[in-house]
Design a protein around this ligand. Structure first.
Ligand code: GLU
Length: 271
């Protein structure tokens, strides 16, 4: 079977050494198996996405020497999530009709307040907070909904398990340890968790190599995949680049943007 992977940058800023590391590993993994590799621009996260960052990201990837099989030449457009909103909405409708998602009117601060309330200590919260299901309990009254509401995925209260190529067997009860999550935002834009599953499926991606900050999102994506009855790719969550203090690379460590290092005369090979 041909391995199909992807580079999926979110152009919310310039590419830095941390992203470059994950992309290099994703690229290497596919290229050593003579597979196919797509470039997918994950640009639905407005307003954080900046148009100029898309071009800059593509340029930085090329300068690093990474290539992909979906070119950005004028003949063949780059795969951009903002061009696929109708497709995501179609899948969302399927989830709505099946009752897998529910409308959520909680604001960010409602969620933060509810999530900080005492919870059952027998369940470790994987991301420090978990949406407690406030709107799930609300009786559904389609006419009583305000103009703006998000759609949230309802996890079943059950044990989930999956295998990571680097980190081994992963197991948790996502309903208790992560909580229901947003699949479409209040401005009606489909959210990352849904878009990524639809894209990986539509692009025939069977290998996901990405930073291990997304490890818990895999429970979410696996649950959506199972519901849609789509095959699961293999997952490989790679370590994030950290600074000398052992913390995830960030502004506090100085300017680690690829283009800045390039300006300083550092070669792509050295990076
Ligand atoms: N766009 C995401 C990021 O840049 C990656 C998503 C994924 O690999 O699933 O962090």
């Amino acid at each position: 079977m041909t391995v199909v992977g992807r580079l999926a940058p979110s152009p919310t800023g310039a590419l830095h050494v941390g992203n470059a590391s994950s992309f290099l590993l994703a690229w290497l993994s596919v290229r050593q198996k003579r597979g196919r590799l797509w470039l997918r621009i994950e640009d639905i996260d407005s307003p954080r996405v900046k148009a100029e960052s898309i071009d800059a990201t593509i340029e930085d990837l090329k300068w690093l020497g990474l290539d992909w099989d979906c070119t950005d030449s004028e003949d063949e457009a780059v795969f951009r999530q903002t061009q696929r909103l109708d497709r995501y909405r179609g899948v969302l409708e399927q989830c709505v009709s099946a009752g897998k998602v529910y409308p959520c009117v909680c604001s960010r601060s409602d969620v933060a307040r509810a999530a900080s309330a005492p919870h059952d200590p027998s369940w470790e919260l994987l991301e420090g907070i978990a949406y407690p299901g406030t709107c799930r309990q609300r009786p559904a009254d389609p006419n009583g909904l305000p103009d703006k509401f998000a759609w949230r995925w309802a996890f079943e209260d059950q044990h989930a398990t999956w295998h990571d190529q680097v980190l081994g067997i992963q197991q948790a009860n996502p309903a208790r340890q992560l909580g229901d999550f947003v699949v479409a935002k209040a401005d009606s834009t489909p959210a990352y968790q849904l878009a990524v599953v639809v894209d990986d499926h539509d692009q025939g991606v069977n290998e996901v190599v990405r930073g291990n900050d997304l490890i818990y999102s895999t429970y979410r994506q696996q649950d959506i995949l199972r519901f849609l009855d789509w095959p699961s790719p293999t997952y490989c969550h790679v370590p994030l680049v950290v600074g000398p203090d052992g913390r995830r690379l960030a502004k506090r460590h100085g300017d680690t943007r690829v283009r800045q290092l390039r300006r300083e005369g550092i070669t792509s090979g050295a990076i």
